[in-house]
Design a binder for this molecule. Structure first.
Ligand SMILES: O=P(O)(O)OC[C@H]1O[C@H](OP(=O)(O)OP(=O)(O)O)[C@H](O)[C@@H]1O
Ligand SMILES: Nc1ncnc2[nH]cnc12
Length: 172
């Protein structure tokens, strides 16, 4: 299936100069969404994945059905102040300013094999912070999967040493 046709490109959103890759047509198409999740699950099956983890909000959209398809747990990585139990926290740089992500300290047993999932790799700031969080909490990041990668932003450079895959690439 050609998933690229299901991504809408909105120029100038949320601000001038950004070419926004909108996944809502993809997830709004039941057949395409199911095929995508089934294909991602097939790639991860047999890799000894214990958990899927992903950052809010769009990482949840793909991470939860993927975890369900694999029959493993889902670990939410959330913005500061949203998780009710003791957390591990990381603050990372954005294009302008900083952001903080958290995961529950007790989300998984030490040594768990965790696959990270998000919709899109841009600068790599979000997902490299997620990888560090999982490791700070005692997990092993076994793969990092995206639907979309914006190659000219070189987010992969921040993921050196990890197994990184994306289904659809754009320059920017
Ligand atoms: O590689 P990066 O430069 O870090 O950018 C990628 C991140 O940006 C988007 O999330 P956003 O922060 O817009 O939050 P949302 O999912 O809640 O819309 C996207 O879903 C990724 O998580
Ligand atoms: N160009 C883009 N489109 C959609 N989500 C994004 N997150 C960061 N950059 C993005």
């Amino acid at each position: 299936m050609n998933f690229r046709d299901k991504i809408a490109i909105i120029e100038g959103f949320p601000k001038e100069g950004i070419s926004f890759k909108d996944i809502t047509p993809l997830i709004g198409d039941g057949e395409a969404f199911k095929t995508l999740i089934d294909e991602m699950a097939a790639k991860l099956r047999g890799q000894g994945v214990d958990y899927i983890a992903g950052p809010e909000a769009r990482g949840f959209i793909f991470g939860v059905p993927l975890a369900y398809a694999l029959g493993v747990g889902f670990i939410p990585i959330r913005k500061k102040g949203k998780l009710p139990q003791e957390t591990v926290t990381i603050t990372y740089d954005l294009e302008y300013g900083q952001d903080t992500l958290e995961v529950h300290k007790n989300a998984f047993p030490k040594g768990a094999r965790v696959a990270l999932v998000d919709d899109l790799l841009a600068t790599g700031g979000t997902i490299s912070a997620c990888a560090k969080l999982i490791e700070l909490a005692g997990g092993e990041v076994v793969s990092v999967d995206f639907i979309i990668e914006l190659t000219e932003l070189h987010g992969r450079d921040k993921l050196d040493g990890y197994k990184v895959e994306s289904l659809i690439t754009y320059d920017l």
